[in-house]
Design a protein around this ligand. Sequence first.
Ligand SMILES: [Zn+2]
Length: 889
Amino acid sequence: MALRDSQPKTIHLKNYRVPDFLIDKTDLVVELGETETRVKSTLAMRRNPESEDWSVPLELHGVNLQLQSIAIDGDPLEDDEYYLGGELLSIHRSLNESFIFSAEVIVKPQENTSLEGLYKSRNMFCTQCEAEGFRKITYYLDRPDVMAEFTTTIVADKSRYPVLLSNGNPVASGEEGGRHWVTWHDPFKKPAYLFAMVAGDLAHIADTFTTASGRVVDLRIYVEEKDLDKCAFAMTSLQKSMAWDEEVYGREYDLDIFMIVAVDDFNMGAMENKGLNIFNTSAVLAKQEITTDASFQNIQAIVAHEYFHNWSGNRVTCRDWFQLSLKEGFTVFRDSQFSAAMGSPVVKRVQDVNLLRTLQFAEDAGPMAHPVQPASYMEISNFYTLTVYEKGAEVVGMIRTLLGPELFRQGADLYFARHDGQAVTIDDFVAAMGEVSGRDFSRFMHWYRQAGTPRLDVAGHYDAAASTFALTFKQHCPPTPGGSDKKPCLIPVAMGLVGPEGDLPLRAEGLDGATHAVLEVAEAEQTIVFRDVPVKPVPSLLRNFSAPVKLHYPYSRDELLFLMANDSDGFNRWEACNQLSLDILKHIIAARVDGHHLVLDPRLVRAFRGLLADQSLDKAMVALMLTLPSEALLGEEMEVIHVQAIHDVRREVRVAIARALRGELLACYDALQLDEPYSPEPEQIACRSLRNTALAYLSLLDEPALLDRIHGQAVAFANMTDSHAALVSLVNSPVPAAAPLARDALARFYEQWRGEPLAVNLWFQAQAGAMLPGGLERVRGLLEHEAFDIRNPNKVRSLIGAFANANAVNFHRGDGAGYRFLADKIIELNRLNPQVASRQLTPLTRWRRYPHDLALQMTSELRRILAEPGLSADVFEVVSKSLANLDNR
Ligand SMILES: [Zn+2]
């Protein structure tokens, strides 16, 4: 593939111009071959009446294409009538107002390891065009605001590729000799990034969905024959998503057929191509023997997410890639609502917030920090980030909190009705919300345009004589690369005041006695005074995590224990427990860094004992509350990340809890043994999650009988959730007697599942994440394993990614060998698959947060990568931004 010699260009939102030309109809004929593929395109084009300049030549995007011929209105172009430079084809012939552009190119999908454009995964051809992959298929105006009606004919060897799929509905087919062809027509105009085609020897399961208006839609999931038994769950998830989107958003499906295809080699989770979603096998295939509960839930969410895009993304799409969060933030918000409705809303919220705090806040504080609507990029693939997706979803959620559910739905209806068939902006979305509510969103827009996580400091003052309680809010957003002058955001703070008898009525300006309110904090500093407060209350702030901020309130540990037991908001009960654990762990870690040993505050053990004894609580919530904050989250909370101290203290505290609560944990483990057959339903998932949380604690005790039981659970292979949880506990247990059991369980696991790549990925992941000493050596060994393949992104993520991201204590070892290892792999991946290479870089880019000696080694590896000849734009952008301003440290 082509690699870059010169520094890639930066593209700015402020330079956006409407396209000078438009494409009304796109006709493709794709002749698939074993060494090369011929793509013939016929584009019905015209000058854009809205273009400011009618003299500009036609320029089409194209990458790695072998041009065979070009013609305008059927008349072939002479050599001097076009110019091929870089990634652009410029036409130097005077053009009519409308004309037909046709071209024939040769592409080599078999050699395409970037997994972008048309490529081969195992024995099937498939495509990935978002964001800019279509230009690797043919010359085109590859930008989302150019929308065309596509007709696609695929021609291929019939025996090797009996199934030929593309967007829309099949309209014609035929065969000649050993080859056959199918023509697909998509009546909905779409940008090229939503184009897809698949050719392969695929089997499928079929079902139907009847829409609200009574149309019957054909639903199909295409997979390799061996995977037919793993499609049922995704099919049910799809049907549930279709019903939910009709019920909650009034959105009906539009084509006669909806297809999902599972592909082994895929850069992302899945892709919402119109009518033909292409999924990473890991995001669609499921059965209890090889799929964990977490994966079942993930699959349900991703199927819903891609389906919801049919409206939020496809029918209404993005004008340019700076608007990516228009479709992603909104759609993640929609899939979160869906997941919440299918299970426990509080559990879903805790999971989302943990992800946001651990990874998105870190991104916001790192060298790649960018607003939800970025102002510039070098390589758009680098902006498929937690900020655009997860923080973007939080921003949409805040709009809903401010408007309430009815007005929010009206705003969404107006947005879809007004912009159906258009490519629009984030401002268009917010304008619809403003119009239905009469609200001014100008200050709110800082959420889209400012990077960084705002910090909200809150102080409370109780005046017993006056019976008033005053809350003072101060907000501040730290500087981020390219932005130091941050303006205050409009922060919705859902809250209540909790007294000994429960929630107190809230009386203040604009509040008339309800026990729950959403305050709108919009100034740098602002105070609200509550009247008629009979006792000193404990404020319950930011209920349900109503804004993506770092909230600081000087709670005492006893106040947190009080909220844990008394808050009426389920999320904040968890949050109080989480803050208590964090506070206790942070103190011990800080002392450890200074060489002191503190004892564990007995209140944490008492609180956990209370949780285990309370039968009234949701088991999934108890499991979440009993799980100490992760090492990654603890690191995020500290000024300097002391990896070893964090790891040691967290493990020691877990051992202390396991010893103190041995009886309770064992009773919990025994009591929650399920007799009924496995099902990925919320009640069962909650039981398994609590039971395996207890098991993880018990695995830290030096008791052979307990370890034998855990080993027994690992190798019984009753379901993947239980088997995997036991395996992970064994490989992480510091007890010497666990080591041979872990080795045996790993060997049996591989023997059992060697034919199932998704299960083997879990096996890689468990070992890559094992925090006992020697992690790097184990990972190096596994790179040579027969099941590992660096060209497969899932395997890279399971082994290299899991090691660098989820095994801090081994990755950050003092001699820098972990860093050298990752840099070597990134250099190798850069040549194969720049997108995957760039994504693996993240742990190295966070060097500023680590002690000086580690930071020095990390930056020296980053410089080594930067010096590599032929660095892709993807890797160049991340490495150069992470090294910027080195002198200002
Ligand atoms: Zn999406």
